[in-house]
Ligand binder design. Structure first.
Ligand code: URA
Length: 254
């Protein structure tokens, strides 16, 4: 049963074809290492409230208007936001989805057309691959929290502008402070560069553990699922990044 499940998750992520029979030492074999444990125990739904997840554990990290807001007030604030001008051209704000007390916080770029319509991040094809990546790690989508650098869809799927990311930043910082995740997974260039305040390419940022801001939350960078759909040969590297994130979640000594 566990074997079957593992096979399905890897297949959904597009990784099974890399396994070669009778070639245990191959790089291809390495790419799937670690799935057995994670797929055997999928983390489902909302985790119970963790007494250690008190807000004081993470500096508020929120500026001005979002400081001190609770989850509900923050949601209302985002809904009413007009500060960067994108709101006029989109259907609705996309606050994020999942468990507000998640250990794992996934941060993408911005809503696309599907996300704008449905009001939920990562619901298109890239979202399906993200779900498969999470399952391969042992997490159902509902067990993690998924957010974006921007809450509103930029027109024609263009990249978020730096000033738009800055306008939206207090909302994301407050979300991070309230969730207080054990790790942040930054998917794609826009997410990684905005969170790390860097202009280094994803290929150079991935593969190691960064620290996020003053709160010092471990942060791992990986490729955006939309990029992985176009460049499936990079999925092995993405899987290595996910395993790195898992090692942090397990509390493995660095
Ligand atoms: N890409 C993102 O970065 N975020 C989404 O919500 C959807 C696609």
């Amino acid at each position: 049963m566990i074997e079957q499940r593992r096979h399905l998750y890897l297949k959904a992520m597009g990784l099974t074809r890399w396994r070669r029979r009778g070639d245990p030492g191959s790089a291809a074999e390495d790419k799937t290492e670690g799935v057995a444990e994670s797929a055997a125990q999928v983390v489902t739904g909302a985790a119970p409230y963790r007494a250690d997840r008190v807000e004081e554990a993470v500096p508020p990290g929120s500026t001005g208007e979002t400081a001190g807001l609770d989850w509900q007030a923050l949601q209302q604030k985002v809904k009413a936001c007009n500060s960067c001008g994108l709101r006029a051209g989109c259907t609705q704000t996309v606050f994020g989805v999942g468990n507000p007390q998640a250990d794992l916080l996934v941060i993408g770029e911005a809503p696309g057309a599907d996300e704008d319509r449905q009001g939920e991040p990562f619901v298109g094809r890239a979202g399906q691959l993200l779900n498969a990546m999470l399952l391969a790690m042992g997490y159902q989508r509902e067990a993690v929290f998924i957010a974006n650098i921007l809450k509103c869809r930029p027109p024609d799927n263009r990249d978020p502008r730096p000033e738009e990311a800055l306008c939206c930043e207090p909302y994301l910082l407050r979300q991070i402070a309230l969730i207080a995740p054990k790790i942040i997974l930054a998917v794609g260039r826009i997410s990684a560069q905005n969170l790390l305040k860097s202009d280094i390419a994803v290929g150079k940022l991935r593969g190691r553990i960064h620290r996020f801001g003053e709160s010092d939350i471990p942060l791992v960078v990986t490729y955006h699922p939309a990029y992985l759909l176009r460049s499936p040969e990079q999925k092995g590297k993405a899987w290595q990044d996910l395993q790195l994130a898992l090692s942090v979640l397990r509390g493995d000594p660095g």
